[in-house]
Structure formats: structure tokens, C-alpha cells
Design a protein around this ligand. Sequence first.
Ligand code: 13P
Length: 260
Amino acid sequence: MSRCKVIAGNWKMNLDAAQGVELVEKLKSEFSGCASCCSCDRGPEVVVCPPFTTLPAVVAAAKGSRLKVGAQNIHWAEKGAFTGEISGAMLTTAGATHVIVGHSERRQYFGETDETVNKRLQAGLANGLTVIVCVGEQLLERVDGTTKAVVERQVRAALAGVDAAAMSKVIIAYEPVWAIGTGKVATTVEAQEVHAFIRALLKQIFVGSNVAETTRILYGGSMNPDNAAGLLAQKDIDGGLIGGASLKADQFAALIRAAH
Ligand code: 13P
């Protein structure tokens, strides 16, 4: 079964509106000769996820191109007294089509739990967004040999209550925490092993459906133009969720090309 690859850029807390628009314009010019790829099923799905305040400007700049725009978080309530949070309607009104939930930086620094990741994922789906849900072990967990147990717990919790039909709008990103922003990338063997494990898990969770075969599982953690080809060639790696290298037009464009 061939799955359309995804190259998604997580800008994190980087680039103001003007810088974000400039990056999108550069990416558009890189791919101006390939406009037909936007709608064909050969090219990867390309997503950029800027900070909230930059969403409208980036959506406007990306209009008419192959780029889709996602947010970096979503709250589960429709509205209310939730200082610092953002609702699904606010994101869709701003033009977002995708949202990242459960990033390890949210889990590590902002108290995100398996339960809140599930609520945010459900909110994304309820608002018609494609949800990129992140899972991944910390360095100590890898050293202790608990990587699979941690990833299994995170995947099962994140997808609790999600039915097979809704999974067409869920993308899983495996991001080993020790590889994020460190320049240390998982080897192709290490990454493929966990991706295959996640796919086998989907088979167990969604028995009797084709969810395991159709769900895209992205790798994240120091992916760059030098290591992308090896990772993307793995059977169960369907793209990348990219931090640092997504902030530079030439590097992100090279990653998009690597996924072609
Ligand atoms: P880096 O590509 O900078 O390691 O970040 C990965 C990441 O956290 C994407 O969400």
C-alpha cells in the first residue's frame, strides 16, 4: 500500500510574520515549476506550522501553492477562561488545516499529559483538522530499554476513543526526545524499528480495518537534507516532522525533494 509522504515543518517559537512570509515565498518559488504536483499523488504533502499570530499571514502567502498550514497546539474547549490557549474554531478561521498535538516540548515544559494529548487530538478532529500527534521516548527511557513501552502507552492514550474512520485525519510523528534539536539522529535501523512497532500497534488497536496500512508515521529529530534520504527510504517511515531545518528555505526544499 503506498502512502502519500508528508514533510511538515514545525517552526516552534521562531520567525515573525514577515520572516514566515519570506520563507513561504522562497518555498513557493522553489516549486513554481511543479505546480501540477500540488494536486497529483506523486509529491509529498507539505505542511508548515508557524506560531499562532503568524498563521493568517502565512496562510495568505501559501494560498494557491502546494503548502498547507498547521498550528502547533489546540485546546479542547470551544471557548472560555483558558488563558494562553486557543480553540479549534480560532485555528480554522485563521486558515489552518493541520495541528500538532503532544509535542515533547509541550509534554516536558508545559505539563502536557497523555490525557490532555488525547483531548487535544479529539478537538482537532472535531474541528476538521488533520492532527499530527507526537510520541517518543526520552534518553533515559531508551537507555533503560523502555522505548517501546513508552511509545505504546503514548499511542494508545492519544488514540483512545478514536475510531478507524477518523484515523484518516491522524498522522503520527515518532520523535525520540534525545534526537530533537541535538543533531543526534536516530539511525535508520533504530527509527524503522519503532515505526514498524507503531504500525503493528495500530493493527492491534484497529482490528479489522486498514488503519495500520494507511496511517502516515513521520520521523522527527534532527532530520536534515543529509540524513533524510536514508530515513525516508525505510518501509514504515512516511515523512518527517522537521524543526531546525524547516526554518531555512533551501534545507526544507531539499527535504521536500527527498520525499518525492
Ligand atoms: P529538530 O528537527 O530541530 O530536531 O526538531 C524536531 C522537532 O521537534 C519537530 O517537531
